[in-house]
Design a binder for this molecule. Sequence first.
Ligand code: XIL
Length: 363
Amino acid sequence: MRQPEPDRDIAAWTRRDALVAAAGLASAAVLAPGPGLATARPIPFGSAAQIETFRTDPRYRQALTSYCDVIVPMNDLKWEAIRHDRSRFDFSGADELVAFAERNRKGLRGHALLWGEALPPWAREMSTRAEAERELVEHIETVVDRYKGRIATWDVVNEVIKFEPLPGEPMRDTIWQRLLGPAHVEIAFRTAARIDPKARLVLNDFNFEEPGPGTAARRKIALDICRRLKDKGIPVHGIGMQAHLYADKPLDIDGLQAFMVELGKLDLDVEITELDVIDWKLPADAATRDRAAASLVATFLDAIVSVRRPKAIVTWGLSDRYSWVHEIFPRQDKARARPLPLDADFKPKPMMAVLDRFRRSQS
Ligand code: XIL
């Protein structure tokens, strides 16, 4: 997970301020993608679903049913949820969300088979290579097998790339990297493919979109990892872009488009997997924030969709009533964050119209 970086964020604010202010005034025409409505099947749209909210709020369940083609258990397929007890697997939360998705004929994405975070304490304390490999392989075998043929796409590895990579140090420092080295990625993909050869297997990571050499290095590392897997005959089908977009930072449009071209050369799909807008530095006015968020999402999706049509567009939650952004990126004025396509009363915001247009557009 990307931690807030107040200094960096504030430094970027002045530059972005003007852009966002301009974007806030953008007309509906500006928000629309270039090409007109088309006959191609819409890009599947989905959302991550939180189990607690899912259980308690019928409007939330209704919104998932009405708006989503795809459901992603937000936290219930993470190690923390499934492996809190080392001696058994607990699928209670995941099973509930998977059953809901199946009952409502929704597709499913699985998030995530390997991550350096959301680990139970015992997993953080693993100490040998053999132990880490045994646990990782057994975990992936058990989880992928349980949902074989039902969860069509897996985030096999999540956030394995270093935030600001150094030359020769591409990988993030996690328990997996410490005990297994870069081979952890290969082990994870190989195991997932062995258990469910029909599953789509994705490398998921954040920040592929900001300008700067660090982000460019991250894009290159993602491509290099996938290329190496393919060279070894290990299946990898796509790269997931989390796309937690900072409203106060610029997007690297050229970098994004070049990334899409490179993905195409490797025959990799792109998926937008955790889209939301971090609006902690935007002005207080709700309508201004909503227009700025919609405009940012439009600019981002235009850069992607104009080069490569995503396999799915997934937001990290649906309604502003429930979002991690509110907790992790609190606003100074304490106002509720507005990162998502539905407002806190489940009414569609301008971002929803943007998502809808892009889903239906022809690239
Ligand atoms: C977040 C969830 O939204 C929170 O509910 C949870 O407390 C922490 O994790 N990148 C990821 C996601 O890959 O799994 C994270 O989800 C957000 C950042």
